[in-house]
Design a protein around this ligand. Structure first.
Ligand code: ADP
Ligand code: MG
Length: 707
């Protein structure tokens, strides 16, 4: 990484993509015919042959070695949501005491990490603990520079001996294919003969907090769980909203410079950065890309944020809710669909035909979001998001769509067969004929409360948690929309009059699914009641949200589009439940440890010291009742802390001892989480009464307001 102190930096154009084996670099390094063939492979029109793989591997190796690489790794997304890598050196001994640097096509497209300890949810017996990996030709390899040196990272799909997807990339790539296939069918039926593929595009906005490393190191909860399990809000919270878009402080600015440079080097187009609403909370957004490149880039963004923070003496918190009572962090997954010849299908057009197409695709998204709302909710179901969804300034757990009044009225008028109000026209809208009023790109603040907002030429899915891989949300979204498009295509292909068919499809679909459209304040209590009246699901907990993954209709949806087999679906349900339990288990364990070994001793000692002070004052006849009272209260709280800790330990033991994964996750949610809250309540009450100097942990004030 860049030395933060060095000032002479190359220009962005020199820097950008320097460490990425991008198409531009491949064009230089590969023989022309080979490069052209590779483009065909990337477009999905050809398979990668072993001869080609050998040529590419050789070029990749030479380029990497010339840039200082000693190792390579198949970089992949196991189901724990992190990225994994196992480094191999290029070295091959020649037998006479020297080495060659070797890397073949076989190694490029198939590695065999002994990956038996990644979660597979029963997909792979341990006796055949091998996972196979294959280079994802559509995501560029890149060089990673850190203390171990320079490593060539090869974005990779990971599957088992029997071809089961063991990672998050394989299903994502399959969902992209499914979406493309169905969207192209619709386009063909509309008379488009030129687009060969349709690609989902994604631009994820990443939110995170920064804290001073010295404070972080004194908080075992932050170190082990990424969030504060204890801590009470200082008098100044975020009420002033003075942090949002405020001036960026010098240390953070230096960090951001490092971060941008590192991302630009690997070809991630980091674009915007600003302060977020909460103190010490920030956001980074890249220029959007195809969804699998965006997913890989986002994994790199998260990793690079952490490393850059460390270089500047800070720690980055990617958890959804590091601080209670303060905004959490999300990841706004901006999503659209574009043709390979550059048309954004969710962008209003300039003529009646393109507007009809736009409205058709938008309607497909509405229907998909309504029908598969539980699936979208499940895609954001992780323990961290249980603290966030429905809490301060975060979208509720109800999936709804924001359109703004104009687009809603337009779709309503089509659904109801009535003229569009306010246009002065007495005629109903005839799609493909009537000119539709221009839709403004909505950048108003109102839509910040919607979990799925239309923002002019894309949708913004805001439920996704900040620490998550965005692979799963995008896989589900692509598949849901693919399903609805396949049904639209069936109707369109059979219809003699396409124009009338589009009108009819939109009328029927929008009438049935407009209940999911809500343009009001998604944070309000009225919305919760209104959503209930509309029959929209409001699933508050991860455990309940995940249930949809094991339902037959979900399994069949994924099977129909060849995204996940039955076994793969079941395994994921299992793994995600287990992950929930593990996370709560760690948090509860950390709480018990901190309460017992750090907080109890501190409050007990402080109560005793107050009692001694009171006695000393009483001995000289001075007033001591206030001090005595405080000593008593803290002694009481100390006792309560001890009691709640014991109870937490007991329910934790019960949950740990539960065998069935589903019952175990429920035990954590219903027994452990409430007991964690009870203990926290006592500790946070004590924190407010204990002398700051006697409190054994850095406080929210220090964590949130010092950098
Ligand atoms: P805001 O904070 O107003 O939502 P930002 O500029 O922070 O806006 O983020 C917008 C994100 O949306 C960026 O990452 C951008 O690349 C992405 N985006 C823009 N157009 C598209 C599109 N067609 N498909 C997917 N993402 C897009
Ligand atoms: Mg946004």
């Amino acid at each position: 990484m860049h030395d933060p102190a060095s000032l002479a930096e190359p220009s962005i154009t020199e820097l950008f993509g320097r460490n990425s084996f991008s198409n531009a670099v491949m064009r230089e390094w590969l023989p022309k015919t080979c490069f052209v063939e590779l483009l065909e492979v990337q477009a999905g029109r050809k398979e990668l042959s072993l001869e080609m793989a050998d040529i590419v591997a050789d070029a990749m190796k030479s380029w990497a070695i010339q840039n200082g690489a000693t190792h390579y790794t198949h970089w992949f997304h196991p189901l724990n949501g992190l990225t994994a890598e196992k480094h191999e050196s290029f070295i091959a001994p020649t037998g006479d005491g020297r080495v060659l640097m070797e890397f073949s096509g076989k190694e490029l497209i198939k590695g065999e990490p002994d990956a038996s300890s990644f979660p597979s949810g029963g997909l792979r017996a341990t006796f055949e603990a091998r996972g196979y990996t294959a280079w994802d030709v559509t995501s560029p390899a890149f060089l990673k520079q850190d203390a171990t040196g320079t490593t060539l990272c090869i974005p990779t799909a990971f599957f088992s001996y029997y071809g089961h997807a063991l990672d998050k990339k394989v299903p994502l790539l399959r969902s992209m294919d499914a979406l493309s296939k169905q969207a192209v069918r619709v386009l063909r039926a509309l008379g488009n003969c030129s687009s060969l593929r349709v690609v989902p595009t994604v631009g994820p906005e990443q939110e995170y907090f920064l804290v001073d490393k010295a404070y972080y190191d004194e908080r075992p909860d932050l170190m082990l769980t990424g969030r504060t399990v204890f801590g009470s809000m200082p008098a100044k919270g975020q009420e002033m909203e003075d942090h949002y878009f405020g001036a960026i402080n010098a240390r953070v600015a230096a960090f951001m410079r490092t971060l941008n440079n590192e991302l630009w080097k690997v070809g991630v187009a980091a674009k915007t950065q600003h302060n977020e609403v909460a103190p010490n909370q920030f956001e980074l957004a890249p220029v959007f890309a195809s969804s699998n490149v965006a997913v890989d880039s986002n994994q790199l963004v998260m990793e690079t944020i952490r490393r850059a923070a460390n270089l500047h003496g800070m720690e980055a918190l990617l958890h959804e809710k590091p601080f209670e009572g303060v905004n959490g962090s999300g990841k706004h997954n901006n999503w659209s669909i574009a043709t390979d010849d550059g048309v954004n299908l969710l962008e209003p057009g300039e003529n009646p035909e393109s507007n009809a197409r736009f409205l058709l695709f938008v309607t497909a998204v509405v229907e998909a979001v309504d029908r598969y709302a539980p699936l979208l909710r499940a895609s954001a179901a992780i323990a961290g998001n249980d603290h966030r969804l429905g809490a301060d300034e975060a979208p509720p757990a109800i999936v709804s769509i924001f359109f703004g009044s104009l687009l809603s009225e337009l779709l309503d008028s089509i659904a109801d067969g009535k003229p569009l109000a306010g246009t002065g026209s007495a005629h109903r809208i005839e799609l493909g004929v009537t000119t539709i009023p221009a839709l403004p790109v909505d950048i108003s603040d109102r839509n910040r409360t919607s979990p799925f907002a239309f923002t002019g030429n894309k949708f913004e899915f805001r439920m996704v948690g900040s620490s998550q891989s965005i692979a799963t949300p995008n896989t589900y979204l692509n598949t849901a929309v693919a399903q609805v498009l396949s049904e639209f295509a069936d109707v369109l292909e059979a219809a003699p009059d396409k124009r009338a068919a589009i009108q009819e499809i939109i009328r029927v679909s929008y009438s049935a699914h407009r209940r999911v459209v809500f343009n009001g304040n998604g944070y309000s209590d009225e919305w919760v009641k209104e959503a209930e009246r509309r029959g929209l699901p409001n699933v508050r907990s991860t455990v309940d949200a995940l249930a949809v993954l094991a339902r037959d209709e979900t399994i069949e949806l994924f099977e129909a589009h060849k995204v996940l087999s039955r076994a793969e679906s079941i395994s994921r349900h299992h793994i995600y439940l287990e992950k929930y339990s593990k996370q709560v288990n760690i948090e509860a364990g950390v709480m018990v440890g901190m309460a017992r070994r750090t907080i109890f001793p501190a409050t007990a000692a402080y109560a005793a010291s107050l009692a001694r002070d009171a006695a000393a004052l009483a001995a000289i006849g001075a007033a001591s009742t206030a001090i005595e009272k405080r000593a008593k209260r803290i002694a009481e709280l100390t006792g309560e802390i001890a009691g709640e800790t014991e109870r937490l330990e007991a329910v934790l033991g019960e949950a740990q001892g539960t065998d069935d994964v589903g019952l175990q996750a429920k035990a954590y949610r219903d027994r452990v989480v409430p007991q964690m809250d009870a203990l926290r309540g006592r500790v946070d009450a004590a924190e407010k009464l204990v002398d700051k100097k006697a409190w054994p942990l850095p406080t929210y004030e220090e964590l949130l307001f010092r950098l």
